[in-house]
Write a protein that binds this ligand. Structure first.
Ligand code: CP
Length: 337
């Protein structure tokens, strides 16, 4: 296994080989053990991470900041208004300047068609590693934690595990596509059979689906897309229902910028029946688990009975965000020279 990951960016999981991802998971388990034992693990002593959040966050912000503290370093919690980004400073200048002050840059920017490009632009000009804390294309920290969680529940050999990623109704706001895209990219490389379910307008970015199909073919796993939530749940072992917006459809239909919000929310409202309830969990396999990256729109995406019920593993999933991001930071900002 390649253990020399110092200086490597963490932007899309596809940039890391399966062996490198295995190293990341091994280290995450080691750090989880140390955390459970209260054993100090100050692997990034005196190091600084600059976190730039263009959007709100509970899990990502706090797991990353707490993770830096536990690793002996410090994280700056930054937003565009705290930086000259709000006055138009470029990703190039921001990346070059922050590289002079610290040891890592972590960015969440989920703006459709913008976020991934922004993070890659910062990474191009930075001389320190850049960590993607979610963009419009991938949420690699979430996908890594989800993989760790299903391995804890079902073992390291996931060959043939039937995993459903399903769209759900959520009226509060149009979420990014990147959690679903991150899962369909990562899981086929670890033997998982993925079913992606969504109403026809809620399709993902075509290049992410094409790559998921390629990874599935290369790894002899199954990847299918269906438009019926019941069919997607039937006999599956992991049920992962979460909402996303119809960003790709709106772009393809050339909906004017000022109409996108209304058209998108009206489309979401058409599919209120896409909720994960007990009936749907009963369609799944007997040993099925319910997963969600959180925050969940309770009562719309999922019933309280399911998310608070015995099949739900959402808080184990949320905890693993801490151990995986610590592993990513320890390996890329520290590790062996
Ligand atoms: N799952 C996740 O990324 O949560 P936050 O938006 O709270 O960071």
């Amino acid at each position: 296994m390649n253990t020399l990951l110092r200086g490597k960016d963490w932007i899309e999981t596809k940039d890391w080989t399966v062996e490198e991802l295995e190293t990341m998971l091994e280290v995450a388990w080691d750090l989880k053990r140390s955390f459970a034992l209260g054993r100090p693990h100050r692997l990034l002593r005196d190091k600084t991470l600059f976190m730039m959040f263009f959007e709100a966050s509970t899990r990502t912000r706090n797991s990353t900041e707490a993770g830096m503290t536990q690793l002996g370093g410090h994280a700056h919690d930054l937003t565009p208004d705290k930086l000259q980004i709000s006055h138009g400073e470029t990703p190039k200048d921001t990346g070059k300047v922050l590289s002079r002050y610290g040891h890592g840059i972590a960015i969440r920017n989920c703006f459709y068609g913008v976020g991934n490009k922004y993070i890659k632009e910062v990474a191009h000009w930075s001389s320190i590693p850049v960590v993607n804390l979610q963009c419009d294309v991938d949420h690699p920290c979430q996908a890594a934690a989800d993989l760790m969680t299903i391995r804890e529940k079902f073992g390291t050999n996931l060959k043939g595990l039937k995993f459903t990623v399903s769209w759900t109704y959520a009226p509060s706001y149009a979420r990014p596509l990147s959690v679903a895209q991150g899962l369909i990219w990562l899981l086929p490389r670890f033997g998982v059979d993925v079913t992606l379910a969504h109403p026809k307008e809620f399709y993902l970015m075509p290049h992410t689906v094409e790559l998921a199909k390629k990874f599935a073919a290369e790894n002899k796993t199954k990847f299918q897309i269906v438009h019926d939530m019941d069919e997607a749940c039937k006999d599956h072992i992991v049920i992962y229902p979460k909402s996303w917006g119809c960003h790709q459809y709106l772009a393809d239909q050339n909906v004017p910028e000022d109409e996108k919000k209304k058209v998108g929310m009206d489309l979401i409202a058409r599919y209120k029946s896409w909720i994960c309830d007990q009936r749907r969990m009963e369609l799944a396999a007997k040993e099925a688990v319910y997963m969600h990256p959180l925050p969940a729109d309770r009562g719309s995406e999922v019933t309280d009975e399911v998310i608070d019920g015995p099949q739900s593993i959402v808080f184990d999933q949320a905890e693993n965000r801490l151990h995986t991001v610590k592993s990513i930071m320890a390996l890329t900002m520290g590790g062996r020279p």
